[in-house]
Structure formats: C-alpha cells, structure tokens
Design a protein around this ligand. Structure first.
Ligand SMILES: O=C(O)C[C@H]1C=CC(=O)O1
Length: 91
C-alpha cells in the first residue's frame, strides 16, 4: 500500500546542538535502513524548507504508524499522511 507523507521538521532552538546532531544522524541511518528495505521508496527535500515529501510502500496503516512513530525526529515533526490509490488513467 502506498502513502504520501509530508514531514515538517521543527527542532526546538533550546535542544543542545550535540543532541540535535545525534538525533539527525540516527534519523538518517533509520531512513536509509527503511529505504534499503524498500519501505521508504521516495524521499525528497522541499526546496527552501526543512521538510520533505516521502512515499512509503508498506502493508498497512498500522505498519506505517509504527515506522513513523519510531523515527528519532518524530517528537520534533509535524507529519501528514495521505493514503494513495490507483488512478484510473495511470499507465
Ligand atoms: O530531513 C528530513 O526531511 C527529516 C528526516 C527524513 C529523513 C531524514 O534523514 O531526516
């Protein structure tokens, strides 16, 4: 099942720089593990924003929720999930 996910990152200014850098590195590693597993199939930066559009290919809403809630940056992100369905004109 495919999902379009919009992530807006909002790291608090008062979070110590070293801690923020550690979380960002953990997030990168986790995201690349999911990309290699074929679950995080698109990851694009939104130009001019600390945000992304992603596409996930997973088995269920529950699996996606589990993946997203385990993101190290999850506490510092605003996330919107849009389920995707086949378009009748798609070739
Ligand atoms: O930078 C972001 O868009 C947030 C998050 C998504 C992947 C990653 O490495 O960080």
């Amino acid at each position: 099942m495919l999902y379009l996910v919009h992530m807006i990152v909002r790291i608090p200014r008062d979070l110590p720089k070293e801690e923020a850098q550690k979380i960002i590195a953990e997030e990168k590693a986790y995201s690349q593990e999911l990309q290699r597993a074929g679950k995080w199939v698109h990851l694009w930066r939104i130009t001019g924003e600390y945000a992304n559009y992603s596409v996930f290919d997973v088995e269920s809403n529950d699996e996606l929720h589990d993946i997203l809630s385990k993101l190290p940056l999850f506490p510092f992100m605003k996330i919107k999930v849009t389920p995707l369905a086949k378009h009748p004109s798609a070739i």
